[in-house]
Unconditional design. Structure first.
Length: 549
């Protein structure tokens, strides 16, 4: 796991922004080149000016050159870092978009069995991946450039000391590398533990209302604390390894500096070297050791990025719900037929639906009835293509659901589910959701035709009333009416209503029933309800019975 070849998977994303990345990297190389002469000039100042001539004008001249180099480096570094940041944002957003698109297209038999917070954790990793990769790209380029230029200059200053420094580099590299190997062992565990902790946080926050009602605070906090303790244990272990790594690096650096000082001191005493040249050499050797350390540190962070990439591509490479489904419903749906349909959820022992057979034709208004737990809502999930039967067939216009493209199917179906989810925004935004071609005046016209004008106008700002996420700010009945208007506006071949009048007030119930009575809808209407009063418009009833163990 975490192999470097995983980086190849990001090639399409890198290619998309290659110009931006190239400019950023060129800026980094240029800033590195500009900074190289500074240590040499500092050495000249010490030997020629401070120890030698003690001439103020020469001091001003050399200091001025260094200042110009630093200013140029400052300007170029800002530009390069800005371009790098821009690249990070673009690439991170591209990754997020691809991942979100994939998650939406994944089959419900996977999504229904995975924690939503876990998926959220995968999405949040996109940003860390791009930061690590761009940071490592910058680090590799910058440190390689610094190392090559510094070594070349050191050989020009004194080849004997340069050879000593070069001999020390592999030793320094191995100290860092060995320490890093310990650090990488916990990387995957920490990522996994973090994702699990995020999932638990998400579940608690998402279900805080139920936790309060059920007095489940103590249990929720206990579960959260267990997962938090597990995360802390892994994190502390990694921090301990990191501290050891840091001290090993400091120790190796001090040892290398001491050896160079010892040899340089001997050469200075013999008159073969100067204090200024030693200062210059020390600054360059410091650059080499720093570059070696950073290059050795790249391994673990790249490993972490590769692990994250592999985890992302576990999702991206999964078959989506349309895999192998190449049949499209290009005509209006004339019939729905179920032939010996059996269904059960993953990890469930008994079937929810068992040997279900019925047929519905265009123009029929059908009531699906049955006791609680007989699978009426599950049937809707099958009809909308969220799930597929484990046995038997669901046929639309005699085409098997197993071969029909799901987006094509849903273009023909409007559903008002029992648990309505409205998005943050206005009432109008929610009615028009997924209907970019429709406008406000069409919504207002439909509301008037359905005699719902007074009802909508009683909302604080009518169609412009704000809805807070998770339907906060409106009643259950109002949410039902909004979803109902949206379904009618879609004008699709099939309208499915799941318990549309079970949990609403009398006014909302009468409004919905009146619309269904007076509607000239000529497609297929499927309604699930425990109530039959006021449903004279129903012309077919399908009764579902509980399955046996």
């Amino acid at each position: 796991m975490g192999e470097l070849r995983s980086l190849i998977k990001l090639k399409p994303f890198l290619k998309k922004h290659k110009v931006l990345l190239f400019l950023a990297l060129m800026g980094i190389i240029l800033s590195s080149i500009i900074s190289i002469p500074a240590p040499y000039i500092i050495g000249k100042i010490m030997d020629k000016v401070l120890i030698g001539s003690k001439n103020f004008y020469e001091l001003y001249f050399y200091i001025g050159i260094i200042a110009i180099l630093y200013i140029l480096k400052y300007i170029i570094s800002i530009a390069a870092n800005y371009l790098t940041s821009k690249f990070n944002n673009y690439m991170s957003n591209d990754l997020r978009l691809v991942l979100m698109d994939k998650i939406i297209n994944l089959p419900m038999n996977y999504l229904g069995n995975v924690e939503k917070g876990y998926l959220q954790g995968r999405i949040s990793e996109c940003n860390s991946i791009t930061n690590i990769l761009s940071g490592n790209s910058v680090s590799i380029l910058l440190n390689m450039t610094n190392a090559i230029l510094s070594v070349s200059t050191m050989f020009l200053i004194n080849y004997k000391l340069a050879i000593v420094a070069i001999i020390l580099v592999p030793f320094f590299f191995m100290v860092v590398k060995i320490s890093n190997n310990e650090l990488t062992k916990n990387t995957k565990q920490m990522l996994e533990s973090s994702a699990i902790l995020n999932a638990e946080c998400f579940e608690i926050i998402n279900g805080v209302e139920d936790i309060k009602i059920l007095n489940g605070k103590e249990y929720s906090l206990l579960t959260f604390k267990k997962k938090l303790n597990q995360f802390i244990k892994i994190n502390l272990n990694q921090n301990k390894t990191m501290l050891l790594l840091t001290q090993n690096i400091i120790g190796a650096n001090d040892f290398g500096t001491l050896i160079i000082l010892f040899i340089a001191g001997i050469l200075i005493i013999k008159g073969q070297f100067t204090v200024g040249l030693y200062t210059t050499f020390s600054l360059y050797s410091s650059k080499i050791f720093t570059s070696t350390q950073l290059l050795a540190n790249i391994g673990p962070s790249l490993k972490e990025a590769c692990l994250s990439i592999e985890r992302l591509y576990e999702l991206i490479d999964m078959n989506d719900e349309n895999k192998g489904k190449d049949q499209y419903l290009n005509e209006k749906i004339q019939s729905i037929k179920l032939e010996n349909v059996n269904f059960k959820y993953k990890n469930s022992i008994k079937n929810v639906l068992d040997s279900l057979n019925f047929e519905i034709n265009k123009g029929e208004k059908v009531l699906i009835s049955g006791e609680n737990g007989t699978g009426k809502s599950t049937l809707i999930k099958l009809l909308s293509g969220l799930y597929e039967p484990i046995q038997g067939k669901v046929l639309y216009n005699n085409l098997d659901l197993a071969t029909i493209n799901k987006e094509s199917l849903r273009n023909h179906i409007s559903i008002v589910s029992q648990n309505i989810f409205l998005f943050k925004g206005t009432v109008l935004d929610n009615i028009l959701y997924g209907q970019n071609e429709k406008k406000r005046d069409e919504v207002e016209k439909l509301i008037n035709e359905l005699n719902m004008g007074d009802y909508i106008n009683r909302l604080p700002n009518g169609l412009d009333s704000e809805i807070i996420q998770n339907n906060n700010g409106i009643s259950g009945g109002q949410a039902q009416v909004i979803a109902f208007i949206r379904a009618i506006l879609l004008n699709k071949d099939i309208i499915i209503l799941d318990e549309p009048i079970s949990n609403v007030d009398a006014e909302t119930r009468n409004i919905i029933l009146n619309v269904l009575k007076e509607s000239n809808f000529d497609g297929i209407l499927i309604m699930i309800s425990h109530f039959t009063e006021g449903m004279e418009f129903i012309n077919k009833i399908v009764n579902i019975k509980k399955t046996a163990m």
